[in-house]
Design a binder for this molecule. Structure first.
Ligand SMILES: [Ca+2]
Length: 190
């Protein structure tokens, strides 16, 4: 009988620790739908997409002819998000994107008052499917409070569905679309 109680107690501790770990990782994930931007500037535009979370995304529309080599962006079209970070920390940024091809596979990412010279390229080489990509090699030390995140035109044919900020361990990778944490989006009445 004593053995059984010991086993039950031990199992309880394991479950408790696992729950704490999951809660801690989840609590630090701030998830936003791209189409719920605070401000938008053309040529960035909101469009319907049946495979995007909540049925919408934003995109830099394809130029015709689409570049067969790297071309300078036609404008500084962008979406900017004013978000509330509830806990100071070192965050990694992941974005759920859809790239057209090797000449349509990036955005510039700006955080707060970062100037153009310091903008980070969000890019990888997975084309024609929704997937997650991170600003590799970049972490953002954010204070508790409001911050600005901007995704800006770098190439045509780039789409953004969601993005998230996380303090989860480096090995953690997003695997699907997530429920938006809309309580951390700035609203005009705030
Ligand atoms: Ca979306």
């Amino acid at each position: 009988m004593q053995k059984i109680w010991r086993l039950i107690r031990f199992s309880g501790v394991i479950v408790g620790v696992a729950l704490l770990a999951v809660t801690a990782a989840y609590a630090a994930n701030l998830v936003f739908e791209a189409e719920h931007y605070t401000w938008i500037k053309p040529c960035m535009e909101k469009v319907a997409d049946s495979k995007a979370a909540e049925g919408y995304c934003v995109q830099i529309p394809l130029r015709r002819p689409h570049g067969v080599e790297e071309m300078a962006p036609g404008d500084d079209g962008n979406v900017t998000f004013k978000i509330y970070v509830p806990e100071a920390g070192c965050y990694r940024l992941w974005a759920r994107v859809h790239w057209y091809d090797g000449c349509g596979n990036s955005f510039f990412v700006f955080v707060d008052d970062m100037d153009t010279a310091h903008a980070v390229q969000l890019t990888d080489s997975t084309y024609q499917k929704w997937h997650w990509v991170r600003t590799r090699g970049h972490e953002y030390t954010l204070t508790k409070g409001y911050h600005l995140i901007r995704f800006q035109n770098r190439e045509d044919g780039a789409k953004l569905d969601q993005f998230l900020l996380t303090t989860a361990p480096e090995r953690w990778k997003p695997t699907r679309a997530y429920r938006e944490t809309s309580q951390y989006l700035w609203h005009a009445e705030d």
